[in-house]
Design a protein around this ligand. Structure first.
Ligand SMILES: [Zn+2]
Length: 515
């Protein structure tokens, strides 16, 4: 049987403050619930009496209509909307018992028509705890509805007053114009928040303590959309019904200035704190690390410029280091010049990768053939071991001889096995690092052109390791491993990899040849 529902909403007369609004909110949310659950609503019933005592007209007629089978379900906010006295509650349960009522739906209470469900429902009807719980929910709902209707349910911002009689917020005719003036004053762009505070103080607008407004309070005023007609409640923006003090245009202009100053401030701060090349260089005179200090300058228009200086930490107590400092810009340009010497031309990178492909194929083949040779040796040894065992069992070989021979063969077998494992692990173990290096070296150009100091630091530490020095305001360094070979080759324009392209300087080739 298809359920037909009565939507039942009741105004709370118990909490005076929200009674006007909560009914709308109840109906809105009940309609939404009905839609979501696909419930058919035959009538919407609104009660204006408290549920504390029996005798509600609408409620009674609803139950009569249910007796007449006009509907067999009720949808309501919470059981406490239906009944908060034992008589009304009893009537609902009696209807459920006789199947006149087959469904009850609540936004905030889950009900199932079983003995347990009815038991829970009767508790909900009678317990004051439910009332207390739902009260705070109701209050929130009421406030939300108030906000939807355009009344900010909170204390009036400065420039407005709470009208307690009409429960609305009205313009403060004395302070409002000063707030407007403040926005206009700030929109010129050349004053600080601090100066806004004294601007207000001069016009007699002070904290209750008599002190001028703090910066966070000023910021709050200058960014409050209330002044042009909107307001924020519980993180959501609403259209207010109050009189705006300023235009949206003026407000936007002020936001633009605030954002710009924020950006300048945070940019200056980030860069000031950030010292990209700390930890990269070593002092050429005393061998201690190079660190950085910053100095910054504030200008009246709120701008700020700063400088990083790099210098020796001079932590060595035994020698007195006489090195002075160098500005970051200078260090950066020297470092960039140095890095440029380690760029790998794209054409070379392609050529080298091709050679690597050939090399790795050769290596794979040669190591495979060596491995198969060793495997054959092992097979031989296994056969010998079998023969040895046979001859021992046939009593051709005596026990002592057998033991001695067996040990010998086992030892040889182990050697071959180990060699195979080593060959498998080592075949071309320099190939992958080489490929990685080629890709890094071909990215040098790009890193230099993007001019990101952090990336340059990473690159420099890859190339130079700990071989990067600062002495007499000059940066010098020697690239390690393959980088030094690249540097040497870049001096010779006709450079071509000679026999193979193994990174002879990193010693991988030697390790391979040594096996
Ligand atoms: Zn030093």
């Amino acid at each position: 049987m298809v359920n037909k529902f009565f939507l039942y909403a009741r105004k709370s007369t118990d909490v005076e403050d929200m009674q006007v609004l909560s009914i709308e909110a109840q109906i809105n949310e009940l309609r939404e619930l009905a839609k979501k659950e696909g419930l058919e609503i035959v009538d919407e019933l609104i009660e204006k009496k408290s549920a504390k005592n029996p005798g509600r007209v609408i409620f009674n007629s609803m139950l009569d209509r249910i007796e007449k089978e006009e509907a067999n379900g009720i949808i309501s906010w919470h059981p406490d909307r239906l009944a908060r006295n034992s008589v009304d509650g009893g009537r609902i349960i009696y209807l459920l018992d006789r199947n006149k009522l087959s469904a009850l739906k609540f936004n905030t209470f889950w009900f199932e028509s079983t003995p347990q469900g009815k038991f829970m429902l009767s508790i909900a009807f009678s317990q004051s705890k439910y009332y207390v719980d739902s009260l705070s929910e109701n209050t929130k709902r009421g406030l939300r509805q108030k906000a939807k209707n355009g009344y900010c349910p909170s204390v009036a911002p400065i420039g407005y007053l709470n009208d307690s009689r009409n429960k609305t917020i009205v313009l403060n005719k004395k302070v409002g114009p000063i707030i407007k003036e403040t926005f206009e004053h700030y929109s010129n762009g050349n004053i600080l928040m601090r100066e806004v505070s004294s601007f207000l103080a001069e016009r007699g607008i002070l904290l209750p303590s008599g002190r001028p407004f703090g910066l966070s309070r000023i910021r709050k005023i200058l960014t409050n959309p209330y002044y042009y007609g909107h307001f924020i409640y519980a993180g959501e923006v609403y259209e207010g019904r109050h009189d705006p003090i300023i235009s949206k245009l003026l407000f936007d202009k002020v936001q633009e200035i605030i954002n710009r100053k924020n950006k300048q401030w945070s940019k200056a701060r980030v860069e000031r704190v950030h010292k990209p090349y700390v930890g990269l260089l070593t002092c050429g005179e005393c061998g201690m690390g190079i660190t950085a200090d910053f100095k910054d300058r504030h200008y009246k228009n709120g701008n700020c410029s700063h400088f990083n200086y790099y210098r020796c930490t001079k932590k060595d107590k035994t020698t007195k280091c006489l090195q002075s400092h160098i500005r970051e810009e200078d260090l950066d340009s020297q470092l960039t010049t140095l890095l440029k010497k380690y760029t790998l031309k794209n054409a070379w990178a392609i050529k080298m990768n091709k050679k690597l492909d050939i090399e790795s194929r050769d290596i794979a083949q040669s190591s495979l053939s060596v491995i198969s040779l060793k495997r054959k040796e092992i097979d031989n040894l296994n056969s010998k071991l079998q023969l040895l065992l046979d001859s021992y069992l046939d009593q051709i070989t005596d026990k002592e001889m057998y033991k001695k021979k067996k040990l010998e063969l086992f030892s040889q077998k182990k050697t071959f096995e180990e060699q195979i494992i080593n060959l498998q692990n080592q075949k071309g173990n320099w190939i992958e690092p080489m490929r990685k290096w080629i890709s890094e070296a071909s990215e040098v150009d790009q890193i230099i052109s993007t001019n990101n100091k952090d990336d340059k630091k990473v690159l420099a530490s890859k190339i130079f390791g700990s071989n990067l020095f600062l002495e007499d305001k000059k940066v010098r360094g020697v690239g390690q491993f393959a980088w030094s070979a690249l540097r040497a080759s870049s001096k010779n324009l006709s450079w071509e990899p000679r026999v193979g392209i193994e990174p002879t300087t990193c010693g991988l080739r030697y390790r391979r040849s040594a096996n």
